[in-house]
Write a protein that binds this ligand. Structure first.
Ligand code: GTA
Length: 332
């Protein structure tokens, strides 16, 4: 039944059960009682590919569903070739890069190059254990544009989010300095207007031309753009100003080279703001999903309930449960 399905999905996303005591710390920060997947991976030894979920030749990335031999849990692995950087180019363009000729015709030549390992890395993201929702999220699917009215939000989206949203334990871990604390670029600890700015999971920090940071607000309970009112203006101004300053100081990128925006719909319903380099075509920076922070601020200054009233457009994908809810209500 549908109730059973919903319970199964919730169980899929439930907190992992970990024993309490005794806990002996290992060198990687985990303890003997932590589940096997808490240990960071050191290679893909024993990884078994189940399916390619999605493949982006243009971005040079691939999303793979798999598992590790001897373990039940499933994994999503994202492999992505990284951009070149000015610092490592001299190594790539040296005698250490071996070339095999493919074509040589007059002044034109094509080669297959094998650069040394230190400039040949790939970016690897792993979700492990991955739930059914992660598999759906990373799979290739047809997309549909939806127009969500104030009424749709109250009757369709909000009840759905309250039952089905992705877990945000990773957000609380960051806010409580339990994980990624060494990566924090800037923190304002104020409970109302404070936030933590840190590199997004999608950025490997290797070069600034694909800079991607997120500011996560300390205040709990602001789910998304829909919850924002003029009451949150001090928070939003603070993130804009201090986020820009911190990025200028740490990465030497001026505010006019930053794209600062919120997603609607986000994947995770705890307010966070994306800071990406303007030259970087970041996933999710298109008009159907990104709302510039400066525009959001101005709309709220003009009208406090702008975002609870406005019809908002966004894309949903074929297997999104929310799309099924919109269809059920005859709204798509
Ligand atoms: N520092 O643990 C984390 C962490 N997690 C779990 C998520 N983020 C994290 N950052 C840190 N530590 O930018 C980041 C995400 C994202 C932001 C949440 O928090 O990287 P959002 O709520 O608006 O959700 O933002 P969004 O944008 O959908 O997030 P997500 O999960 O990255 O999804 C991105 C979509 O882009 C996916 O549907 C995927 O198909 C697509 N995509 C395309 N290229 C990539 C890629 N290289 N890596 C990941 N996703 C990609």
């Amino acid at each position: 039944s549908e109730t059973n399905m919903a319970e199964k999905r919730r169980a899929d996303d439930a907190e992992p059960i970990t024993a309490q005591e005794p806990k002996k710390a290992k060198s990687d920060g985990t303890t003997q009682d932590d589940p096997h997947w808490a240990t960071p991976l050191s290679s893909f030894q024993d990884f078994e590919m189940i399916k390619i979920l999605n493949d982006h030749p243009k971005n040079k990335s691939v999303f793979v569903h798999g598992k590790f031999k001897g373990h039940e849990e499933e994994a999503v692995v994202i492999l992505e070739k990284t951009p070149f950087s000015e610092e490592t180019l001299p190594i790539a363009l040296s005698g250490e890069t071996k070339l095999k000729v493919g074509l040589k015709n007059d002044i034109y030549g094509n080669y297959h190059g094998t650069p040394p390992a230190q400039v040949n890395g790939i970016k690897v993201s792993v979700v492990y254990p991955a739930t059914h929702k992660h598999l759906v999220k990373y799979s290739q699917q047809e997309t549909y544009l939806v127009q969500e009215t104030e009424d749709d939000y109250k009757k369709i989206t909000l009840p759905f989010l309250e039952a089905e949203a992705f877990r945000i334990q990773w957000v609380y871990n960051i806010l409580e300095h339990k994980t990624e604390s060494e990566r924090i670029v800037y923190e304002d600890p104020d409970k109302e207007t404070g936030f933590i700015l840190l590199p997004d999971m999608k950025w490997d920090l290797k070069q600034v031309n694909d800079l991607y940071l997120i500011a996560i607000v300390h205040k709990h309970g602001i789910r998304s753009l829909r919850d924002l009112t003029a009451e949150h203006l001090p928070l939003l101004h603070n993130i804009l100003k201090k986020g820009q300053q911190a990025i200028q100081e740490k990465f030497d990128i001026p505010p006019c080279k930053l794209r600062i925006y919120l997603h609607y719909q986000p994947s995770y319903y705890h307010l966070h703001i994306h800071f990406t380099h303007l030259n970087f075509d970041a996933p999710g920076s298109g008009v159907e999903r990104a709302h510039l922070l400066t525009d959001v601020i101005e709309h709220l200054e003009m009208m406090t309930d702008y975002y609870s009233k406005k019809t908002l457009s966004f894309c949903l994908r074929e297997n999104d449960q929310l799309l099924a809810e919109f269809r059920k209500a005859g709204r798509v």
